[in-house]
Write a protein that binds this ligand. Sequence first.
Ligand code: GN1
Ligand code: MG
Length: 349
Amino acid sequence: MTNIAPPISVLEAYGLHEKPVDIITISNGLINHTWKLSLGDRAWILQRINTAVFKTPQFIQQNIERLGAFIQSVHPQYLFTMPLPAKGGTTMVQIKEEFYRLFSYIPDSKTITVVETARQAEAAAFQFGNFTRQFADFDCSNLYITIKGFHDLSFRYEQFQQSLQHGLADRIVQAGAWITQLQSLSSIEQTYKNMLSDTDYKIRVTHHDTKISNILFDLTDNGLCVIDLDTVMPGYFFSDLGDMFRTYLSPVNEEEQDLSLIQVRSDIYKAIVNGYAKGMGDILTEKERHSFFDAGAIMIYMQALRFMTDFLNGDLYYQIQYPAHNFERAKNQITLLQDYLQKKDELQP
Ligand code: GN1
Ligand code: MG
């Protein structure tokens, strides 16, 4: 994580430049940069949007404003994290080529980086399911696509194939055995295509980044709200549900290089299923309910492909700390997927 300070002009735009604001970097994501600002007993979250990933940051802003206005009119008590207006009234500030947002820091809240208990998993899954349900009557076509093809597994598979054609030759050799494994799992792409061609799988307001650190908890592990709305756009249930399986099931995360530590915890699987089903309630269709396991396979496979593709292309997308970092991440995700598939009967009796 690079430890850079935000420019003073951003603090000026929010009227926070005259006092000695304490600033610390807190991002644990691979994309945006996030700081916590504190002044006396007040605190804020400042975030810089990665414009290499979000090519049109205004789309994010428009989406959040539209969703915020909707929720305000139908469920005003729902805790929806709106960015704060800057001095000029806009909720996003542009400094040169960079875009920033400021949020109130919610007191007595915390984020966690690893799921330790089934209760945490269930609370998070409830929050993400409930988030989608709150917007059941919102017209999805009013949302911009903030990242094109983001959770399109066919597109990700195609990018992977492209990287096998045009990627770094030495890396393609180095990753050979793992590339073969990825290719042998391609029936998961067919499962995905079948879902897309069936109208019983619904397009809804979807978060698209359901890692555990995107849930705010209170200090006793009750879920408060979902955060990081940059990738909220029209999508399918498998994105949010599947990414929870991907990121909560194993006691170690995608950064772990000791593959023997990766394992699927069935109590956490059940907790996610319960929490998500409760959160989504009656908006889930029967077909979706019966495809929970497939959601996990789709998302773990997608992430394995994305890390491998980035490794073969020379690390153009994900931040890395060492040369084989994306390769290690891809191996990690393939290992997780193999364990997940092997435990299918246990998980989905
Ligand atoms: C990125 O930066 P973070 O952790 O929020 C990525 C996700 C990946 C994730 C893998 C916009 O999310 O799709 O699943 O890394 N977000 C984007 O760690 O590409
Ligand atoms: Mg994110």
